[in-house]
Ligand binder design. Structure first.
Ligand code: HH2
Length: 334
C-alpha cells in the first residue's frame, strides 16, 4: 500500500519544540494526515514518517528565477490573447500589454506570466507563429524596461524559444510537458526553471465529464511522474515548480478537494504554484457570473493556499492580492 502524507500546516508563535519547518519556510507542522487509496485518512505525528517521505516536506526550496521560495510570490497574469476567459482582448495590443505589465509591476507583482493562447475550456489551439507574434515582442519590451522575472505560458517549444530569446526566465506549461516533446529538452539546454501543471485532457474537451479515482492522489501521482520524466531529461528538481491545475479537467468538487489538500504537494519537494484566479468555480460558489468581478473570491482562495505554504499565486488582480497578502502576513507574524 502506498501512503501519501499531507502536513497539517500551522503558523504563529505557539510553536511546540520539535515542530518541523514546512519547505524551509516560516510555516510549520507537527502532524501529518496519512492518506492511502481505499483507506480512511489517519492523523499521525510527523516524527513517525520514514525519512525519505519527511525530507522533501521540510527541505528549503532553491530560489527560482531570482525569487526566494521561503515566502509567497505574486505572479501577475498578462494574456496577450483576444479570447481569454476573464481578460481576453484587454492586452491583445502590444502597447496595452506593456501598460498592463507596468501596472502590475507597480502594484507589486513579483513575476509576470505572459500567455498568447487561451486555455479556457473549449478553446482551440493557436498556431505557434501567431502565439510568438503575440508574446515575444511584449516580453522584449518588458525586459527592456527592467529586471522583473517573466514567465512564458505556453505548451510549445518554438514559442518558448522565442520567449527565452526575448528575455523570459521561466517556462510554464499547462500541459505538463506532454504536448510538445521538444519543450523539456529546450528548457534543459537553456537551464531555465519550469512549471509543470496537471491537466486532464486538452482545453477543447477537458470539462466534458472529468473523472478520477481519487483526485488528490491521482494529480499527485501524475505530477510525481512528470517530475521524474523532466529530471530524466536534464531538468533538476530544484528548477521545477508544480501546480495541481485548478479548473483543468476538474469539477467544482475536484477543485475543492485539491484546494483542501494542497499541502500534500509539498511532498514532491518543489515549490507549489496555485492558479485559481477568477476561475469558474469561484463564480459558481461566490454567486458572481462576471469573471472580472471575482477578485474577492480569488483572494479568499489564494489566502487559503498561502496558509498551506503555496509559494506562487498566479492572479489577475495583483494590487488587491498584494494588499491581502501583506495583511495576512502582518497578522501571522505579529
Ligand atoms: N491557468 C490558466 C493559464 N495558465 N498556468 C498555471 N501554471 N496554472 C494555472 O492555473 C493556469 C495557467 C488559465 O487562466 P487564464 O490565463 O486567466 O485564462 P486563459 O487560459 O483563458 O488565457
Amino acid at each position: 500500500m502506498t501512503f501519501y502524507y499531507r502536513p497539517l500546516v500551522q503558523h504563529g508563535p505557539a510553536r511546540p519544540d520539535g515542530a518541523l519547518p514546512l519547505a524551509g519556510g516560516p510555516l510549520w507542522f507537527t502532524h501529518v494526515e496519512a492518506l492511502a487509496r481505499g483507506h480512511a485518512p489517519q492523523v499521525i505525528p510527523a516524527d513517525d514518517l520514514p525519512d525519505h517521505d519527511l525530507a522533501p516536506l521540510i527541505a528549503p526550496r532553491a530560489p527560482l528565477a531570482g525569487l526566494a521560495m521561503d515566502r509567497p510570490n505574486v505572479m501577475g497574469i498578462l494574456n496577450t490573447t483576444p479570447d481569454s476567459f476573464s481578460d481576453g482582448g484587454r492586452h491583445h495590443d502590444p502597447e496595452a500589454a506593456l501598460a498592463g505589465a507596468r501596472a502590475m509591476i507597480a502594484a507589486g507583482a513579483d513575476i509576470l506570466d505572459i500567455g498568447g493562447e487561451s486555455t479556457r475550456p473549449g478553446a482551440q489551439e493557436v498556431p505557434a507563429e501567431e502565439e510568438i507574434a503575440r508574446t515575444a515582442p511584449v516580453i522584449a519590451a518588458i525586459r527592456a524596461e527592467g529586471a522583473t522575472p517573466i514567465s512564458i505560458d505556453t505548451r510549445k517549444a518554438p514559442v518558448a524559444r522565442a520567449a527565452l530569446d526575448a528575455g523570459a526566465d521561466l517556462v510554464n506549461d499547462v500541459a505538463g510537458f506532454t504536448f510538445d516533446a521538444d519543450l523539456a529538452p529546450l528548457c534543459a539546454a537553456r537551464a531555465v526553471p519550469v512549471c509543470v501543471m496537471h491537466a486532464l485532457g486538452d482545453p477543447e474537451t477537458m470539462q466534458q465529464d472529468p473523472r478520477y479515482d481519487d483526485v488528490l492522489l491521482d494529480v499527485y501521482d501524475f505530477l510525481a511522474a512528470r517530475i521524474a520524466a523532466l529530471e530524466a531529461q536534464g531538468i533538476p528538481r530544484a528548477r521545477i515548480v508544480t501546480d495541481p491545475g485548478i479548473g483543468f479537467g476538474k469539477t467544482r468538487n475536484h477543485n475543492l478537494a485539491l484546494l483542501g489538500g494542497l499541502a500534500l504537494f509539498h511532498g514532491l519537494g518543489c515549490p507549489i504554484l496555485l492558479g485559481a484566479s477568477r476561475k469558474r468555480f469561484i463564480g459558481t460558489i461566490g454567486g458572481e457570473p462576471r469573471a472580472e468581478a471575482r477578485a474577492p473570491g480569488s483572494i479568499a482562495v489564494g489566502l487559503a493556499g498561502l496558509a498551506q505554504g503555496v509559494q506562487l499565486l498566479r492572479v489577475h488582480d495583483v494590487r488587491e492580492t498584494v494588499q491581502a497578502l501583506r495583511l495576512w502576513q502582518a497578522v501571522r507574524d505579529n
